[in-house]
Write a protein that binds this ligand. Structure first.
Ligand code: WT7
Length: 663
């Protein structure tokens, strides 16, 4: 432990509640705690306040149509266009202000500012180009792109012409791309030839082509951004492949009228991991989603047009969709976007950017904070971070130690921290303190947002007493919620509603959303999220399905069976532990281990790479033949093991324990 951490701990260790700084409260977008009561009394009309943040072409007739739960509809009868809300309506007043400040990874490269005017122009040009390629309303366009400006441009161009996008994280494998394009029947792809990572020009195009090769239907067009220029890996494009720059140049000055979209029309699809091996296509809509991310950006992130706001997530995940692109741009602020890693060229890169751009809000993940803490406070200390007004975290639980480090060393004890709980499915934030209102308790996300009816319940759905662990549920619908899983209403009900709802009822009160997280609640109604209770693990804030990883391991030659669990990890929160049984005649050696790791990288991507591969002759199973995952988790965490007497094969446990400890 470094000196400063020790000193900090001594002073802050005892403190478990922090008040919002007075200076912050004075200027906060929301500073009156009456909002909680008002929203409760006015529900669901309270959500008009969110819808009012947008420009509607056609006013909606009804805030909520709950006639067919859980297929709720919000702002029915209304119509609007997301790109017009994020761009056109800001032109008069903020046309010359920066919409996106883009920072490439190579530190000697020029950063690029897109004013609202410039972003509007390029979105129009690319929208015209997409149309020319044949993209029509409701055609799903897939994007497989790194953190370059053309990604938000392509998203907004799609929104402009009413074509839903489906962004696939660039770190995912070729197989993952193919599965998602196929599931969405997507015939168009926007990609890039590569990107910079820790100083290297990484090729992205070979992986793209490999993925395309795995798509069963015909893909009509592929647009390629030339990110690497002279550092590119020299490809000749095929007929259906087009350079982005050439398309945009061909449509210079084009104006595309924003398509009027029904509030309930799909804005985008986002694939996420669930219990089964097949990723789920989460469907978000134009009116409800955009209202939700705008309202939460304003109330929780305290975004104002004159801010320079930075969310350091990747747009390939929901956090980037909601809080780099749609929320901030709908509010007309400046959104910072960074291509690379926080330790390139040095471990002060983030602080360098905060300093250079006078960033006012920083929204990042606990994993990143734990890494910064490990690297030491000398890095932030080299920079002036006094422009910061608010800090946020998302994606996984934050331990009080990391929270306090963030509070002291980044926020100088003068910025409120919002620890925001939400999911791909919820569209935006659900449980968090309001920074200008609430006391903060490190380690606890806070109360549900005003108008959000989140509870902690037991297996029968009854609320648990303060201090006890239970399951998080959301007992009323909200505008930003997913509407269904793409073309799979049945799975939508099974996955999220079946557990706690009376699925035969058409009364909204009988329907309860289950996010599959465990949680505790305290006497003040603050929720501490404990983590997933399904077979999903959270590595560095990235959601991975254990079944997906298992099936990729079982696909490796010589593997008979595999079980994957999350084991706790200092920095990543959780790491992948793979227990593997080999087939007869295969050695449990390094070569086998490498092939397993490679198998996972090929099927999903390097983020899912196992931290440890543990060979075992057997997996602990119950008498009915179910793998005891809880036990494997405890072994991975080197924890005291609970009752093993229900096992069919108790002897195997000690054997596995020795292997994990011995590695
Ligand atoms: C899962 C959702 C939220 C956008 C990024 C991740 C976990 C998320 C928190 C938090 C504790 C959190 C939950 C959730 N999670 N935020 N503040 N505290 N856990 O979205 O990939 O859909 O993952 O992330 O387990 O269910 P996602």
């Amino acid at each position: 432990m470094s000196e400063d951490t020790a000193e900090l701990e001594a002073r802050l260790e005892e403190q478990d509640a922090f008040e919002p700084p007075a200076e912050f409260v004075e200027q906060a977008n929301v500073s009156d705690d009456a909002i909680y009561e008002e929203f409760e009394e006015e529900w669901p009309e309270c959500w008009e306040r969110a819808a009012d943040l947008l420009d509607w072409e056609e006013e909606y007739d009804e805030v909520l149509d709950a006639s067919d739960p859980p297929f709720y509809e919000w702002f029915t009868g209304g119509s609007l266009n997301a790109s017009a809300n994020c761009l056109d309506r800001h032109l008069d007043e903020r046309g010359d202000e920066a919409a996106i400040e883009w920072v490439g990874e190579p530190s000697d490269e020029e950063n690029v500012t897109y004013t609202y005017e410039e972003l509007h122009r390029e979105v129009n040009e690319f929208a015209a180009a997409l149309r020319d390629l044949g993209v029509g309303e409701d055609d799903v366009v897939t994007m497989y792109m790194p953190m370059i400006p053309e990604l938000p441009i392509a998203m907004l161009a799609c929104a402009r012409i009413g074509a839903p996008h489906s962004v696939v994280f660039a770190g995912f494998s070729a197989d993952a791309l193919a599965t998602r394009m196929e599931s969405a029947d997507s015939e168009y792809l926007v990609t890039a030839n590569g990107y910079y990572r820790r100083g290297d020009a990484l090729d992205h195009f070979e992986k793209t082509r490999e993925g395309l090769g795995g798509v069963d239907h015909e893909v009509s067009d592929v647009v390629v951004v030339d990110r690497l220029g002279d550092d590119g890996h020299g490809y000749d494009l095929e007929d259906e492949e087009h350079y982005y720059a050439a398309l945009v140049a061909d449509h210079e000055g084009a104006a595309v009228e924003p398509v009027s979209r029904d509030a309930e029309d799909m804005l985008f699809l986002m694939y996420t991991s669930g219990t089964t091996g097949k990723p789920k296509g989460v469907k978000h809509t134009t009116g409800g989603y955009l209202s939700w991310v705008s309202w939460t950006s304003q109330a929780v992130l305290d975004v104002k047009p004159e801010d320079t706001y930075w969310c350091s997530a990747d747009i390939g995940w929901i956090t980037g969709h909601s809080y780099i692109v749609y929320g901030p741009l709908a509010l007309g602020t400046t959104s910072v976007m960074y291509e690379g890693t926080p330790d390139h060229p040095e471990r002060d890169r983030l602080w360098d950017i905060v300093d250079e751009y006078d960033v006012t809000q920083l929204y990042t993940a606990p994993t990143a904070i734990r890494a910064f803490m490990k690297w030491g406070s000398q890095y932030p200390e080299q920079h002036d971070l006094s422009s910061l007004r608010l800090l946020g975290t998302v994606g996984e639980p934050i331990n009080p130690r990391a929270w306090k480090w963030y509070y002291k060393h980044i926020g100088d004890e003068s910025c409120p921290i919002v620890d925001t709980w939400w999911q791909t499915e919820t569209g935006g934030m659900m449980v968090t303190t309001l920074p200008g209102v609430s006391t903060m308790k490190p380690g606890s996300a806070g109360p549900p947002l005003p108008g959000v009816d989140a509870r902690v319940v037991d297996t029968t759905g009854e609320e648990v007493d303060a201090g006890r662990a239970g399951y998080l549920t959301v007992n009323k619908p909200w505008p930003g919620m997913l509407r269904t899983l793409y073309k799979n209403d049945e799975r939508f009900i099974d996955e999220y509603w079946a557990e706690y709802s009376d699925t035969d009822s058409d009364d909204m009160d009988d329907w309860v959303y289950f996010p599959e997280d465990g949680a505790k609640i305290d006497e003040d109604g603050y929720v501490t999220v404990l983590g997933r209770v399904d077979d999903v693990i959270n590595v560095s804030g990235h959601r991975l399905g254990t079944m997906e990883i298992e099936s990729s391991i079982v696909g490796v030659e010589g593997v008979a069976e595999a079980a994957v669990v999350g084991g706790s990890h200092d920095v990543k929160g959780e790491a992948v532990y793979a227990y593997v049984i080999t087939e007869d005649g295969y050695d449990e050696d390094e070569e086998m281990r490498d092939r397993i790791v490679q198998g996972v990288e090929d099927a999903i991507g390097p983020i899912a790479r196992p931290e440890q591969v543990i060979f075992t002759p057997e997996l602990p199973k119950t008498r009915s033949g179910k793998i005891m995952r809880r036990l494997l988790e405890d072994i991975a965490n080197e924890e005291e093991l609970g009752n093993t007497s229900t096992l069919r094969n108790p002897d195997v446990v000690e054997d596995i324990q020795q292997k994990v400890g011995g590695d």
